[in-house]
Write a protein that binds this ligand. Sequence first.
Ligand SMILES: [Cu+2]
Length: 478
Amino acid sequence: MVTRISDRTVGLERRDFLRLVIPGAVSFASAGAALIAASCSSDRGLEALTNRDGYKRREEQQSGETREIALTAAVGEIEIAPHGVYRTWLYNNRFPGPEIRVKAGERLRVSLKNELPEGTTIHWHGIPVPNAMDGVPGVTQELVKPGESFEYDFVADPAGSYLYHSHAGLQIDRGLIAPLVVEEKMPIAAYDREYVLMLDDFLPGEPKPLPGASGMMGGEVPPYRGLLINGRLPASPAVFETKKGERIRFRIMNPSGATTFRFGVAGHKLSVIAADGRPVKPVLVDSLFIGMGERYDVIVEAANPGAWTIAAAAVEGNSPPASAVLRYTDAARTIPEVNSTTFGFEGGRVLELADLQALEPVEKRRPDRTLDLTLSGGMMTSAWTINGQAYPNADALEVSEGERVRVRMINHSMMLHPMHLHGHFFRIGETLKDTVVVPPHMGRIDFDFLADNPGKWFFHCHNIYHMESGMARVFSYV
Ligand SMILES: [Cu+2]
């Protein structure tokens, strides 16, 4: 069965996605024995990157100023051209929310004031914060009620591309999403200018839980009205300027509610330099897949003057691709001619997980504990489950401090699941990430993490509709 899953001009089919993603996953699983055999005695690696000694250690790691930031979550209006003006929920009346940008080691004190009609929280996606700062209602804090405030306080470390967003219910699909950039003290690559690209799906009005599906897709997709880059539909695209000879760093982030994208820049290659904030050995590709919650940093060499489409096409669902424009300052035209060849998705090299090799040392010691997790749901039921249980009616995943935990996931459903672990980076293959897409139809992904940041850590599918319907657990070690 081959299902057409996105705009025809992109020519991406589910079959292609499976082919591209599964080989990497299989090689990680089968490489397990070799990894154990090759385990070394060094503990640097993960420990150097993660929050081994908890909050006290991180306080000591503050090496810069303290930044005080005020965020108000409130009802506001956004214009989504050409559709019109919508009332939605926003941080500081901006969509996407205001970028927070700090240097590694700076302390962030963010005061959140809730002027929404419902409770909310903020999660600092990807940063191994102290547990009490993690922003998961019912797990690490109570909902911040309407009219109340909460202060988040943590050291922004390590450097990388992150997100911040609401972790209450389906509020991500209201507009409560924003980029969080922690700049390196020493840049991981040379570049002349930088742009942040927020890939999103556009849902007017109130997000509602989805019913179970009985159709071929094995799961519902919300009634999105289009796909966005930096809050703009293709009819009114964001334009990113460059000059011939420049190197551009794009921080590509996917804070969307339920959309995995294939991303590319027509006429240009992408040199991938970081995955989920962690620097990797540069890999030159033509396009990449980015699931909900994932981030990739890429360098694009501006060597092909003109105006070019930056495209992000949905892997599931039927919305036409999101797009923006890369425009050389002396280009005659502002808007590229859109046709089937301008996306650059035909053929070419697509980033695979197995291509990613961390620049930092990664620990490969034998795990102390292995957990097998089966991801299911979507057929004849609205529940999405892990080992048959739908959160919050689900057991905690018990681990102990200091353990190396291996998580082996298999996806019995027909939709992909971007699984996100709070509070830690995990090792997958030769790299470190915090979110990884488990492919549909028996896709397998294994990862290892070091239980070095005590607390109750949410682990969940970052498709918020799956999360809200049960695909979540809590790793607990306190
Ligand atoms: Cu999911």
